[in-house]
Design a protein around this ligand. Structure first.
Ligand SMILES: NC(=O)c1ccc[n+]([C@@H]2O[C@H](COP(=O)([O-])OP(=O)(O)OC[C@H]3O[C@@H](n4cnc5c(N)ncnc54)[C@H](OP(=O)(O)O)[C@@H]3O)[C@@H](O)[C@H]2O)c1
Length: 208
C-alpha cells in the first residue's frame, strides 16, 4: 500500500532533531501533525504511524493515542528493558518493508486506513526512496531565536523530479506547510489489501 511522510524541519538547515529531541515546541505544528495523522474518512478505521527506534525512545515509549503505532527496530525486539505505559500497544518490525506488508494485509484486524512514516532521519531516508511513498506533509519551521540552532539529525533533500508541490499554506509566522504528491509511479492506491508479494511478517506486539 502507498504511504505518506510527515515532517517538520528547520527552513534553512533542514534540521529535525538534536540529542534525541525535536528542537522546538510549536503547538500549531503539533496540532497539524495530530490532525493529519489521526483523521480518517471511515470512523471505524485508524491510521498507522511508523517510527524508528530513536524516535520511539524520544517519546519515552509512549504510543500516540488513536493511531496504530509501529516501531522499526531490531534491538528492541530482543530487549526486556523497556515497556509502554498502561498496557498501550506498540507493533514492532525489523524493517519498513515488513511493516508496510503487514499494514497491507486484507484481513488485518487493525483496519488501517492510511500509513504515515513519522521519523526520524534514518527512517525518512529509506521512506523517501521507497516507490510506495506517495505524499509528503512538510512543515518548514522558521525559528525566532537569534541563536544559531544546532542539529544532529536532518531531513533528506526531496527529489523534485519525483515529488511535486501541490499546496502551500501558511499556518503561522513560524510554520509554512508544504504538501507534495508523487508525480508518477506510485503504483496502485492507498487502499489496504494491495499485497506486493512476499510472506507477510507478523509483529512482536508489546502489551495491548
Ligand atoms: N522534526 C520532526 O518532525 C521529527 C520527527 C521524528 C523524529 N525527529 C527527531 O529525529 C531524531 C531521531 O532520528 P534518528 O535518525 O536518530 O533515529 P530513528 O530513525 O528514529 O531511529 C533509528 C533506529 O530505528 C531503526 N531503524 C530506522 N530506520 C530503519 C530502517 N530503514 N531499517 C531498519 N531499522 C531502522 C534502527 O533501530 P535498531 O538499531 O534497534 O535496529 C535505528 O537504529 C530525534 O532527535 C527525533 O526527535 C524529528
Amino acid at each position: 500500500m502507498n504511504f505518506n511522510v510527515i515532517i517538520a524541519y528547520s527552513k534553512n538547515e533542514r534540521g529535525i532533531g538534536y540529542k534525541g529531541q525535536i528542537p522546538w515546541h510549536i503547538p500549531e505544528d503539533m496540532r497539524f501533525f495530530k490532525k493529519i495523522t489521526t483523521t480518517t474518512t471511515d470512523i471505524h478505521r485508524k491510521n498507522a504511524v511508523i517510527m524508528g527506534k530513536n524516535t520511539f525512545q524520544s517519546m519515552l515509549y509512549k504510543p500516540l493515542p488513536n493511531r496504530i503505532n509501529i516501531c522499526i527496530s531490531n534491538s528492541l525486539i530482543n530487549s526486556n528493558e523497556w515497556r509502554t505505559p498502561n498496557n498501550t500497544e506498540i507493533l514492532l518490525f525489523s524493517s519498513l518493508e515488513e511493516a508496510l506488508r503487514f499494514c497491507s494485509l486484507p484481513y488485518n484486524i487493525y483496519e488501517i486506513e492510511n500509513v504515515f512514516v513519522i521519523g526520524g532521519e534514518q527512517l525518512y531516508k529509506e521512506a523517501l526512496q521507497h516507490e510506495k511513498c506517495n505524499k509528503l506533509y512538510c512543515n518548514e519551521i522558521t525559528l525566532e531565536t537569534e541563536e544559531p540552532q544546532i542539529y544532529d539529525t536532518f531531513f533528506p533533500e526531496i527529489n523534485t523530479d519525483i515529488f511535486k508541490v501541490v499546496q502551500r499554506e501558511t499556518i503561522s509566522d513560524r510554520v509554512m506547510s508544504i504538501y507534495y504528491e508523487r508525480a508518477t509511479g506510485a503504483a496502485g492506491t492507498d487502499a489496504v489489501g494491495e499485497l506486493d508479494g512476499g510472506a507477510a511478517a507478523f509483529p512482536s506486539i508489546i502489551n495491548g
